[in-house]
Design a protein around this ligand. Structure first.
Ligand code: HEM
Length: 433
């Protein structure tokens, strides 16, 4: 790979790394089949990018710093199979995308919740618009990316409709007006993409482009990756909303806490067209590319397990099972006493911080969020059954029997239909925050 060799011998400036050429090579074969010669050169690039800059740290500007970091993250994702650490995080290139994450103020409140939501909306919209743009390009034969098993036109039209349905509420929230009500689905999808691209920064465009690293050459893997990434950013925001809920409760602010839960409920409910999009994947295509995704499974999704454990502390058998063994960072947080909404609610009741109407409202919102999550699990189970049949999962579980067992784990153990006695004892121990 000439461009990469030139880069290595020419000073290895992170700003001039040949991303496009490397990406084109990955796309030509699929990540699973990239030539060892290229991977060895990328390994050298990683060594070069880890070296301190000439002139010492003082000579590094903020811009240089972020391009070095981005290059390291890209190489981390590109070299996962070479290193033998391929997993869900690297398959989805999550390090390259700006996932919403809660930042806390000194008094443990979540800083800039509106900014966090906006961040999620932007990324979510860009992922959906990009998935539709790929369908448009394939239909117009203007791309030769992932050329195998192209879907029939009727299926593509269905994808346009579902993608627009998933994007519409977000467009409204962001105040972007796109003529997505065009009765011609392809035209509506193109309009959506045009609006999103016009609003995108150059950095966002680059992140999106480089976060598409399919393992093989089958058309539908593009949709699979984008839908999973869109769900990841949804779960990342859900986790942040739950953290906000906990800090609001600890601060004696039940109404804002209830509002956070309501936002989380709506976010999850409104993401349901994503599952319909996923269901439009051709099972045969899925079975073709998943042969090369062994070892990457959403059982390793940190944000999903963070959501689950922020609702309530998982019981010991679940914590000791593959579900949490697959996400050691989240397991460690739980073992270190991560507070949960359920604990925070009980602590607020005990401390007399909630009036009767506040408590009822919180109870209602917790019940609604729990219903949304249970619904999500049911739909996921249905789709997994349809796509997989009796095959095992890529995350080393037995597959759908695992999902059947975990789908009914209570989101909260607090009875959300009958009022809590105000003097209820704290059963799990440990006050939040
Ligand atoms: C073709 C579609 C899908 C299939 C066949 C499928 C299959 C599976 C299977 C078999 C598991 C069990 C773990 C394993 O061994 O891999 C699992 C877990 C999981 N999947 Fe999916 N899945 C699909 C789509 C999705 C989507 C779109 C999401 C959204 C993020 C998702 C999120 C999850 C999560 C969070 C878990 C972990 C559940 C837990 O540990 O309780 N899956 N999936």
């Amino acid at each position: 790979m000439r461009e990469l060799m030139n880069w290595l011998s020419g000073g290895s400036n992170p700003d001039s790394f040949p991303y496009s050429e490397v990406l084109a090579e990955f796309h030509r074969t699929g990540k699973h089949f990239v030539a060892n010669e290229l991977l060895a050169l990328l390994d050298q690039a990683r060594t070069a990018s880890a070296a301190p800059p000439a002139g010492g740290a003082a000579a590094t500007t903020a811009g240089e710093h972020s391009s070095v970091r981005f290059l390291r993250n890209f190489l981390d994702v590109a070299l996962d199979k070479w290193d033998g650490r391929y997993d869900y995080q690297t398959y989805l290139a999550l390090k390259l995308l700006r996932m919403p994450r809660a930042k806390f103020t000194d008094d443990r409140r979540v800083a800039d919740p509106a900014g966090m939501r906006r961040q999620q909306d932007r990324l979510y919209l860009q992922l959906i618009a990009d998935a539709l743009a790929f369908e448009l390009a394939a239909e117009a034969r203007t791309t030769d990316l992932l050329p195998q098993q192209r879907p029939e036109p009727a299926l593509v039209v269905k994808r346009y409709r579902l993608g627009i349905r998933a994007a519409s509420p977000v467009l409204t929230r962001l105040g972007l007006s796109a003529p997505v009500d065009n009765p011609e689905p392809a035209a509506a999808a193109a309009a959506l993409h045009a609006v999103v691209v016009a609003d995108q920064t150059a950095a966002e465009q680059r992140e999106l482009r480089l976060s598409m690293l399919p393992v093989y050459l089958v058309h539908d893997e593009y949709l699979f990756i984008r839908v999973l990434q869109a769900y990841e950013c949804t779960f990342a925001l859900l986790a942040a909303e739950l953290q906000s809920t906990i800090s609001a409760l600890a601060g004696g602010l039940p109404r804002p806490a209830a509002n956070r839960l309501a936002y989380a409920r709506d976010l999850l409910n409104l993401s349901s067209p994503l599952f319909s999009l996923m269901a439009s994947m051709q099972p045969e295509s899925f079975r073709t590319f998943r042969v090369h995704t062994e070892g990457a499974s959403a059982v390793q999704s940190r944000s999903y397990k963070l959501v689950e454990s922020l609702c309530r502390t998982p019981e010991e058998p679940r914590l000791a099972s593959i579900a949490y063994r697959s996400v050691p960072e989240v397991r460690d947080r739980v073992l270190a006493g991560q507070p949960s909404v359920e604990q925070a609610c009980r602590a607020a009741v005990r401390a007399g911080l909630l009036t009767e109407p506040d408590r009822r409202l919180l109870d209602k919102r917790m019940g609604e969020f729990a219903a949304a999550l249970i619904q999500w699990r049911q739909t996921h189970y249905r789709i997994a059954t349809r796509m997989l049949g009796a095959r095992s999962g890529t995350g080393y579980t037995e597959g759908t029997p695992y999902l059947a067992a975990v789908r009914s784990i209570p989101v909260f153990t607090t009875d959300t239909t009958t009022p809590l006695p105000l003097h209820r004892a704290e059963p799990t121990g440990g006050d939040p925050e």
